[in-house]
Design a protein around this ligand. Sequence first.
Ligand SMILES: [Zn+2]
Length: 606
Amino acid sequence: MPEILYRKWRPRTFGEVAGQEHVATTLKNALTTNRVAHAYLFAGPRGTGKTSTGRLLGKALNCTNRLEGEPCNACESCLDYLAGRALDLIELDAASNRGIDEIRSLREKVAFAPGAGEYKVYLIDEVHMLTDAAFNALLKTLEEPPPHVVFILATTEAHKLPATIISRSQRFDFRRIPLAAAVARLQTIADGESIKAEPAALELIARTATGSLRDGANLLDQLATSYGNDLTVEHVRAGLGLIGDERAGRLARLALQGDLAGGLTLIASVRDDGLDLRQFQREIIDELRDLLMVKSGLDPAEGATLERLADLRQAVDGVAIATLLTALRSFGEADMKQDPNSTLPLDIALAECALADGQTVTQANAQRRSSAPPTGQSAGPGQGPPAGSGRDPQTVRQERPASATPPPMTSRAADPSSGNGIPEERAGYSWPAASAESAPEPAPPEHIRRTEDAPAVQTSPPNPLSDFGERVPEGGLETGSARSDVEAVRAQMRPIFEKARAAGFQLGALLNSGCDVIEAGDGAVVVGFRHPVHAAKASEEANAASLSRVFSEVLGRPVTFKAKQSPDVADWKARETAGRSSLVRAAQEMGARIIGPGDAESEDPR
Ligand SMILES: [Zn+2]
């Protein structure tokens, strides 16, 4: 696609850089105070001004008449840059020149003094595409950059860069351009091109471009070519029928309606189309925020067309504000950072909305059984739970034993018909079905009891006593004294762990190794360890004695610590995490019963 308008209307000053004020201001200050770094990393989505800003920085560095960090656009050097003939700006597109040869030749040339100005600027676009060898060569240059050289590394995928490169660069994160800024910039371009476009038309273009000024300018160009220089909102809508994407808005509505199946299908389609899921998440949140404002009787902050206002009003008709808030919170908390290609956080957020929509546990379980046969692992390739994810259920999932081998995945993981993560998440963490522990359990109610047709339901109720005991409905827990002793000790596992860790690295590591209290009483506490090595280590006289002391101190009574190997034991941390899960809380608030303490880890082998 030609990018005539976008190129023609690249910003000529930092002041014209749309929507990246944080970057522009910092760079201007650096120029003013002569504190320009030797390497910059410009990270962010495409079309947000990374290369434009890089060229701008090169121009400003060599401008002989710079004023408050801004290039003058009039001196000889500036004119060279504007005409695209500046010798001291060397651009390399790593997408097409990935190899070591380019970087080697770059290294050799780096040593030469700039041709005309004071600085030589190397602008490497899509730098994450470089080969490892090329990275190493680049790194050597970054380690000892000649004083007259500035590197600008631009990338849409900063997470693919070696840490060594990142650590040697000053990083700027370019963000999607806010709607108002994009509209203003499009207005400038339209004015300059004598395109008369209705404000609503420009807004629609900017919305569709979802934060990419390049896309916005290209759309404006295309539409003006198709419909002439008098652009109405109808023109734009007609044109957008082919290119628009309003699925974020649709998903927001499905979430409010509690339509789990429809929503999961839609999320899968967005992922299958290769769209940026994080951007998708942002748009969902934007939409929900707009809906909340309309529900509150306000106009959306960004301004909206009358038609859109009517559409928003219709969408929130009959929707409770609490439902909107739940949806906003759920999608806002979805952590997409760890694995930008995983739909799982969005799937979970959607399920939380569906839960909050007033479904009972029974209904949800019934729906789960009928709509999603338990195929085991919900995450397909590339959908693994992010390490250290902020989303509790994932953290729990991650710690499941590897033996829970998923069946071969033949369909896309987010396809609701193929056993998506949500139903299992629900099953696993909101209303545990049964306990794997040996202690006697009350029979679970019929509708929750594990059945032959749902063997995948695990057994991992959170411990309700540690943090949310007050929420547990009457009768949901066993009351036997042995059980309550175990629970009482379990509730103290966090302070016990902290104390053990303070007492010695190894003690802390032991209690951090997949273990939980399995028996308590008669002056003894038995901790089950999943791995025999850990059980043996904890049984060693010195360790057992130290742990006895730690347990006694925290519990306020003398107890003897005993270790036992217990392959199926829960990890107390996973239980704690699950206990904090908002999904669980939501379920509890809706009356879901905690059937008994259990094992966050003991996913049934299958
Ligand atoms: Zn100048």
